[in-house]
Design a protein around this ligand. Structure first.
Ligand code: MN
Length: 288
């Protein structure tokens, strides 16, 4: 297992000075920095090259995450919207290959967050999501990027809420470059037992997001860390375990994630660094 964190713990917008965070997370003991994949398409080749060098010099690997905006919904009934989404995914994957990023996860099979003001036609969305993922899977592999489909709670999307649904979707896509991504924040809402859900994903699990039920850093809440650790060892999981804490209000991140009070205890950047370094030691001890 490799351990990482999402950059947005420290940020209020979905883009950031990524070389700065390469250094920071390496210094804090992480193996992986997860980036906002959407922001990569706005970077020039020289900026991408700075990110690549910073990661290499810091000795960390890079992964990316995105919830596709509605205008780029690859499961849309409108073919022009699907094509926009696939085009954006290709541009993201091309940028990811330029920084040697290895995994793209999130809501890459539809859009996020889903608009429940519209009717839900799950079978049609599912069929188009399968078609879109199949059409991009080879391109992703040629760029050295594994696609992982994040399984999220019912309030954010309807297509895959459980590990069982995610595995069935990945089996129906049937491409070795498309795997399941779980996130214990969402699992806590949808699954009976988190260990069982991890075992259900088994060899299909390609990426794992972690955090407490209220999205604080691991170790500050009641998430069943030992149960998850046993299950990850049972399935011989060797992929990324990436923290996705959100503890600060404000900006696009605070509003998209719906952080309406300060969960950091008024922490400044130095205290936030200490908190997440402590969380890393905690998770390594539970999952090792
Ligand atoms: Mn997540």
């Amino acid at each position: 297992m490799k351990f990482g964190t999402y950059f947005a713990y420290w940020e209020q917008e979905w883009d950031a000075d990524y070389p700065y965070y390469c250094d920071k997370v390496a210094r804090l003991g992480f193996d992986i920095l997860e980036l906002g994949a959407g922001a990569l398409v706005g970077l020039s080749d020289s900026e991408l090259s700075r990110v690549k060098s910073a990661a290499r010099d810091a000795g960390i690997s890079l992964t990316g995450c995105i919830g596709l905006p509605a205008a780029f919904d690859v499961s849309s009934a409108d073919k022009s919207v699907r094509d926009n989404g696939l085009d954006l995914l290709r541009r993201i994957l091309t940028a990811m290959s330029k920084i040697d990023a290895t995994v793209l996860g999130g809501i890459i099979y539809a859009y996020w967050p889903v608009d429940y003001g519209k009717p839900v036609d799950k079978p049609s969305v599912r069929a188009r999501a399968i078609e879109s993922m199949l059409s991009i899977a080879d391109f992703a592999r040629e760029n050295g990027v594994l696609l992982v489909l994040e399984t999220v709670n019912r309030f954010e999307h309807f297509l895959i809420n459980t590990s069982e649904e995610a595995v069935q979707l990945v089996k129906d896509i049937g491409h070795p470059n498309v795997k399941v991504m779980l996130d214990c924040f969402h699992m806590n809402i949808e699954e009976d037992f988190l260990g069982d859900a991890i075992r259900t994903a088994g060899k299909y699990l390609g990426h794992f997001h972690i955090g407490e039920c209220n999205r604080k850093v691991p170790g500050k809440g009641h998430m069943p860390w030992e149960e998850m650790g046993y299950a990850l060892r049972d399935i011989n999981y060797g992929g990324g375990v990436v923290m996705e804490p959100f503890v600060k209000m404000g900006g696009t991140v605070g509003s998209d994630i719906k952080v309406w009070h300060d969960l950091s205890g008024g922490a400044d950047e130095k205290k936030m660094d200490e908190d997440i370094a402590e969380a890393l030691r905690f998770v390594r001890s539970k999952f090792a």
